[in-house]
Design a protein around this ligand. Sequence first.
Ligand SMILES: Cc1cc2nc3c(=O)[nH]c(=O)nc-3n(C[C@H](O)[C@H](O)[C@H](O)COP(=O)(O)OP(=O)(O)OC[C@H]3O[C@@H](n4cnc5c(N)ncnc54)[C@H](O)[C@@H]3O)c2cc1C
Length: 203
Amino acid sequence: MSNGIDRKQREIYINENGVRFMNEYDLHADEREQLVLQQPNRRFWLIFDHIALYDGTCVVPQWTPEQLIEESKKEKAVWQAQTIEVLAQKINVPVDALQQTINNYNQYCKTKTDTEYARTYLEHPVTTAPYYALLVYAYSLISFGGIDVNENLQVLKEDGICFENLYAAGEILGAAATSGHAFCGGMLLTPALSFGKYLGESL
Ligand SMILES: Cc1cc2nc3c(=O)[nH]c(=O)nc-3n(C[C@H](O)[C@H](O)[C@H](O)COP(=O)(O)OP(=O)(O)OC[C@H]3O[C@@H](n4cnc5c(N)ncnc54)[C@H](O)[C@@H]3O)c2cc1C
């Protein structure tokens, strides 16, 4: 899920209850991830209107707006409708809740103050049909847990004693070994290659 550094969010995010749950423009990747994980069924929809679709880069990297519209005809990951009511029915979220959420957000765009989530980028009210919904699921790209090793990359037993001739490197160590709690893009290949090289040269 991109943050406000990659691209300015023209969308709002709503969960299965038809309500927002975060500042969509939040720059903190870790906080964004944690909030998404708390949503029912770990999924949410991006809601946006026709003007937002065409303003700047497409919400789906490497897609054009036309591709997104084409996808919406399949109604599998993207939906479109001429009214918010029909859009809510298509994605099976409460109509009244979604309508209220959008009314509130549009008001925040007018006053330039989001009293719920303090979003600061408020340039795109959801006002111009057709309206779109894009379904997003939380997913795991990498594994944080892994095999414990000592400073020589020797695999440790439960009691902390190492196996003499068993070494480990790469993602099998778990991302937490090099990144801690937070996901940090690009921080797996380099340790995998470096530790592999180290073992290859030192054994
Ligand atoms: C979609 C995606 C995008 C990613 N993008 C990035 C990125 O941009 N930057 C970054 O740093 N990291 C990225 N990662 C993570 C990174 O790719 C992995 O952490 C890294 O490739 C792990 O390397 P590895 O050698 O430890 O394991 P792997 O690359 O998984 O290699 C393990 C190998 O072991 C083989 N194998 C498994 N079981 C057996 C067996 N029993 N016998 C023989 N062989 C076996 C597998 O087939 C595989 O070839 C991404 C991961 C994914 C899934």
